[in-house]
Design a protein around this ligand. Structure first.
Ligand code: 13P
Length: 287
């Protein structure tokens, strides 16, 4: 059964580790991430962007697929199904469809509007039993065609949104989605530290997990990050393994063109990558 992400993240914050949010794109992604979580006894959050939801034929399809897998694969670890960077309308649709957790990304609105909309969703999520992530300070990079530079959130604004009763908070600290440019300045630990001091026990979320050096990840966890989002890195290892398979001509040997064979190296690469991240984040054995 799907669970909200609140409890697993509170536990992570208290235990000084982080739970990974791995974004899903299709059946293979979902199955691989669940396999990695079960094999490592790690709690996990499946992230679905609005674009990915559309690609997978809608949120109801996603809920049906994930619930089916939890049962048929005999998954015992805590799993949350979470809308990633949701609009207000997207959040309403996912609540309706049966997600267990949502993110409302109002970071592009003036702070007053972000606060007002987040507040409404806090009330709805409390009533329906879902967990809610809010965002302050836009996270840069490209996601679903939206491009932005990595910002640093205003710690006072973070406190304002935290006090609304959200369950966890994403704050920009110079992180961006996708690959980091060669001239990237790194994470602003100063900003993170200030935010953490003002928001206390609230679990903080680090987006753009791909390409952040391991030592920075560990320091971010030390400073209060309890959820780390990873998407691009799984896509890169999947593409690389699939390319190698095709370049080696394996799709032309026997029934190598069968999608169950063709997608296998990429799937194995995702499982290995997710396990590696779970190890780094410290969530292994925490289920
Ligand atoms: P990456 O694609 O950079 O790993 O970021 C994922 C993310 O933050 C999803 O919200």
């Amino acid at each position: 059964m799907l669970v909200p992400a609140k409890e697993m993240l509170q536990k992570a914050k208290a235990g000084h580790y982080a739970v990974g949010q791995f974004n899903i794109n299709n059946l293979e992604w979902t199955k691989c991430i669940l396999t990695a979580a079960e094999e490592t006894k790690s709690p996990v959050i499946l992230g679905v962007s609005e674009g990915a939801g559309k690609y997978m034929a809608g949120y109801k399809t996603v809920v049906g697929m994930v619930n089916g897998m939890l049962e048929e694969m005999g998954i015992t670890v805590p799993v949350a199904l979470h809308l990633d960077h949701g609009s207000y309308e997207g959040c309403m649709k996912c609540i309706e469809a049966g997600f267990s957790s949502i993110m409302f990304d109002g970071s592009h609105y003036p702070i007053e509007e972000n606060v007002a909309k987040t507040k409404e969703l806090v009330a709805i999520c409390k009533e329906k039993g879902l967990s809610l992530e809010a965002e302050v300070g836009a996270i840069g990079g490209e996601e679903d065609g939206v491009v932005g530079m990595g910002e640093c959130a205003d710690p006072q604004e973070c406190k304002m949104v935290a006090d609304l009763g959200v369950d966890f908070l994403a704050a920009g600290i110079g992180n961006i989605h996708g690959k980091y440019p060669a001239n990237w300045q790194g994470l602003s630990f100063e900003t993170l530290d200030e935010i953490q001091k003002l928001t206390g026990e609230l679990p903080l979320v680090l987006h753009g997990g791909t390409g952040i050096p391991d030592d920075m990840i560990k320091k971010a966890i030390d400073l209060g990050v309890s959820k780390i989002n990873v998407n691009t890195e799984c896509q890169l290892v999947f593409a690389e393994a699939t390319r190698k398979y095709i370049e080696a001509g394996k799709d032309q040997e026997g029934k190598g063109y069968d999608p169950r064979k063709l997608l296998k190296p990429g799937s194995e690469a995702i499982i290995a990558k997710v396990k590696e991240k779970m190890e780094l984040f410290g969530s292994v054995g925490q289920a």
